[in-house]
Design a protein around this ligand. Structure first.
Ligand code: PLP
Length: 420
């Protein structure tokens, strides 16, 4: 009997990167005489025209201070500002816009929680659980809090170069003394995608409050705070095609409402007396002073842009590029690769034997390839891995397989150059 061979259809191209690139004026330039290949997206992403236009339109037509005026421009600015809050809530599936505090970014969001929630709820002997792959912005605020309160830091270990959380150790570190578990969703140094929903579920069973650092995930994959089940989640606008200087902090409403302000000033008050002040409800209680107004408006445009592409599609595209880059780099001699072999997010960290990561980045730049070299604000992780730094290529939906081919060719050239 002859069986018919079924040839699987080629995977559908979910993202047309070439077409999307047209929306990013900055990508169409030469650097040191070579077409720019921008692989530093984990540090900050580029901005589409839609975001640039939103900022320009705001300043050309609507610029005024928010929440205070009763004139037309102030009303327009306030409406746009609060619409961006509602959009941010929808972006991460929060229950209400009142669960979104605008911040300067992930770092400020985490600092806010450490000051306000931590200051009120932690005492000597309590523990704060972190993972060994945290960015400094999810370590230092907790160290400052520990110094103020006498609380202690505990870490869930990372397995080694493969960069996974050692979940066999979870029970020994997630104990009843832990009051807060703060974890990164996607590691900026390793590309690891952590099982945050599972970790939050385990924490919740012990009544431990959870915070997710979504700096590398919010714009790269679907992020749903209800599905994750976290209490707090922070992300930065500039890493998701939005402007610098704006970010959002999600907090579960009951927790936000019970937290004291962390900065005082205009905008966050109900009434001020010479000796006593009463505060607005969350989230306004946490936004003292004139906020960044154009930032949320630009962020709104960025979130619309990303959801127009679809974050599942972006994730698949980033993952495909990273898997391809990982595979191509692993074919070169004497390359040390960091992070999981499979299931990695859209970045690859690597070291070439006898070449400093900064030298890799400096020479790559001469070929028009923008990489990042250093400790990536994860010095404790680097020490654990026994290195000072790595070189990192990080991708987004506007990057292409051809660019990865060119990047790998350049890495090969760098090896030849330093072997001389
Ligand atoms: C995982 C992670 N967390 C936090 C941050 C801090 O973000 P920001 O500097 O935008 O506050 C970064 C930035 O690189 C990051 O990659």
């Amino acid at each position: 009997m002859i069986t018919e061979t079924v040839i699987p259809a080629p995977p559908k191209e979910m993202i047309d990167s070439e077409k999307l690139r047209a929306d990013f004026p900055i990508l169409h330039q030469k650097v040191h005489g070579h077409p720019l290949i921008y692989f530093d997206n984990a540090a900050t992403s580029q901005k589409p025209r839609a975001v640039l236009d939103a900022l320009r339109n705001y300043y050309e037509r609507d610029n005024a201070n928010v929440h205070r005026g009763i004139h037309e421009l102030s009303n327009r600015a306030t409406t746009a500002f609060e619409a961006a809050r509602a959009r941010a809530a929808h972006f991460i599936n929060a229950r209400s816009a009142d669960e979104i505090v605008f911040t300067r970014g992930t770092t400020e969001g985490i600092n806010l929680i450490a000051h306000s929630w931590g200051g009120r709820n932690l005492k000597a002997g309590d523990k704060i659980l972190l993972t060994e792959m945290e960015h400094h912005s999810n370590i230092v605020p907790w160290q400052l809090l520990a110094e103020r309160t006498g609380a202690k830091l505990v870490y869930l270990p990372v397995t080694g170069d493969e960069g996974l959380l050692d979940l066999t150790r979870l029970d020994s570190v997630l104990t009843r003394e832990v009051k807060l578990f703060a974890m990164v969703h996607i590691s900026n140094s390793l590309g690891t995608v952590n099982p945050v929903a599972e970790l939050c579920e385990r924490a919740r069973r012990l009544g431990v409050v959870t915070l997710v650092d979504a700096a590398q995930s919010a714009g790269h994959c679907p992020v749903d705070v209800r599905q994750i089940g976290c209490d707090f989640l922070a992300f930065s606008g500039h890493k998701i095609c939005g402007p610098t200087g704006i970010g959002a902090l999600y907090g579960r409403r009951e927790l936000l409402e019970a937290m004291p302000p962390w900065q005082g000033g205009g905008e966050m008050i109900l009434s001020v007396d010479f000796y006593k002040t009463s505060y607005k409800h969350a989230p306004h209680r946490f936004e003292a002073g004139t906020p960044d107004i154009s930032g949320p408006i630009g962020l709104h445009a960025a979130m619309d842009f990303l959801d127009g592409i679809g974050r599942e599609n972006i994730f698949r595209h980033d993952q495909d590029l990273a898997a391809y880059a990982y595979d191509q780099l692993s074919r070169l001699n004497e390359v040390r690769l960091f992070g999981p072999k499979t299931g990695r997010a859209g970045l690859v960290s690597f070291l070439l034997k006898d070449v400093h990561a900064h030298d890799v980045v400096t020479v790559a730049d001469q070929w028009g390839v923008a990489l990042r070299g250093g400790h990536h604000c994860t010095q404790p992780l680097m020490r654990k891995l026994g290195v000072e730094s790595t070189a990192r290529a990080s991708f987004y939906f506007y990057n292409t397989k051809n660019e990865v081919d060119r990047f790998v060719e350049v890495v090969g050239e760098i090896q030849k150059f330093f072997a001389r």
